[in-house]
Design a protein around this ligand. Structure first.
Ligand SMILES: Cc1ncc(COP(=O)(O)O)c(C=O)c1O
Length: 362
């Protein structure tokens, strides 16, 4: 790890954000750590939350094994449920809860001897039309498979527009879901980070906290800072080259940036192969020695170039923050025309995740 490019993970921020988002009892929070905890490292995040989180969630069964190998013992909800019969067999011994969303999964599970069946939650499609049984199908499934309600079944659904609290589709989904939730009397799990904040009445028995826990905003019209959420990842690199160029000269591939004055350009050791988005245009902010500077020219595979003309005394090996504590990931995502979820999950395996040590007494 001679190159100083790092994703520094802040456990205190994860803990603070988790507490901040936790709904009031009797609702309980599941920490969503799928996709390697949105790029933060699933074991890092589960370890940071080990003493305060009762249950984790991943997308697929394969994501459970590293957690168990790291000694994480809490139940893990598998949001896509089983992808084959073997997933069903392994789920019980690995203390997984499978969210079942289609008939084939249901058949795999019903063929297992009852004592080998894991806990099963049922996914209801309340309008997103991505996964789940319709309200009518779910009612039939529950009626035809009484074994489902003889185990600790929870009804699960997912909002399409929770990041827009005033979107009327939220109320439509709640109304649709309530048709089965109220009739069945089963506990429910509906809310993601956005709904937990903006529609606390949807927190149900369990809510599922993802992006807010990582310190990015779940809401389209609020910043993370306004919601008192702290960055859980700082993506950092260092200056590996410095060039004085003349007014009128260009920087980088395809000559997309020309200096409008004599300029100093810092080359920084991170590129799109590390997960820094190639879509970031010139002007995208980065932090050099605590000062804002701007990307100048195309993002390359392993490097970016930054206009540091106005920043005092930049030297080789100076630290550069691409996003994190000094520069919200949401802001960089907006420059890249995407969302924070994509930026953090795309930080590549070439970038070491370094868990910030919590100092004594801190
Ligand atoms: C089914 C499901 N539940 C919960 C979440 C967590 O959502 P958020 O990260 O917006 O809190 C996700 C995220 O993609 C999801 O797909």
């Amino acid at each position: 790890m001679s190159r100083q490019t790092r994703a520094i993970i802040h456990p205190k921020a994860l803990q603070a954000n988790f507490s901040r988002l936790q709904p009031s009892l009797p609702s309980r929070a599941i920490a969503v750590i799928k996709a390697d905890a949105y790029g933060h490292g699933a074991v890092n995040v589960a370890s940071a939350l080990r003493d305060r989180c009762e249950c984790f969630a991943v997308a697929i069964c394969d994501e459970v094994h590293p957690l168990r190998e790291a000694g994480i013992t809490q139940p893990v909800v598998v949001l896509e449920g089983p992808h084959d019969k073997q997933d069903c067999v392994v789920a019980k011994s690995s203390n997984c809860i499978l969210v079942v969303h289609n008939q084939v999964q249901l058949e795999w599970l019903s063929e297992l001897p009852p004592q080998h069946r894991p806990v099963i939650w049922l996914k209801v499609d309340s309008g997103m039309h991505r996964l789940g049984f319709s309200v009518q199908e779910a009612a039939r499934v529950l009626a035809e498979n009484s074994w489902l309600t003889e185990q600790p079944c929870v009804l699960v659904t997912h909002f399409a527009c929770a990041d827009e609290p005033d979107n009327p589709f939220n109320a439509q989904q709640i109304e649709q879901f309530n048709q089965i939730a109220v009739n069945s009397g089963l506990p429910v799990c509906m809310a993601n980070s956005a709904a937990t904040l903006a529609h606390p009445e949807t927190s149900g028995a369990w809510c599922r906290l993802g992006i807010g826990m990582y310190g990015a905003t779940p809401l389209a019209n609020e910043t993370a800072k306004a919601l008192s959420l702290e960055a859980a990842m700082t993506l950092q690199a260092e200056v590996i080259g410095l060039h004085r160029i003349k007014k009128g000269e260009s920087v980088g591939y395809s000559q997309t940036w020309f200096a409008d004055r004599d300029s100093v350009i810092a080359t920084v050791g991170i590129g799109y192969a590390d997960g820094y988005p190639r879509h970031c245009p010139s002007g995208t902010p980065v932090i050099v020695n605590g000062h804002r500077a701007a990307l100048a020219g195309r993002v390359s595979m392993d490097m970016i170039t930054v206009d540091v003309t106005d920043i005092p005394e930049v030297s080789l090996q100076d630290k550069v923050e691409l996003w994190g504590r000094q520069l919200p990931v949401d802001e960089v995502a907006a420059w890249a025309g995407t969302i924070s979820y994509e930026l953090t999950t795309r930080v590549s395996t070439r970038v070491p995740r370094v868990l910030e040590q919590i100092s004594e007494g801190a």
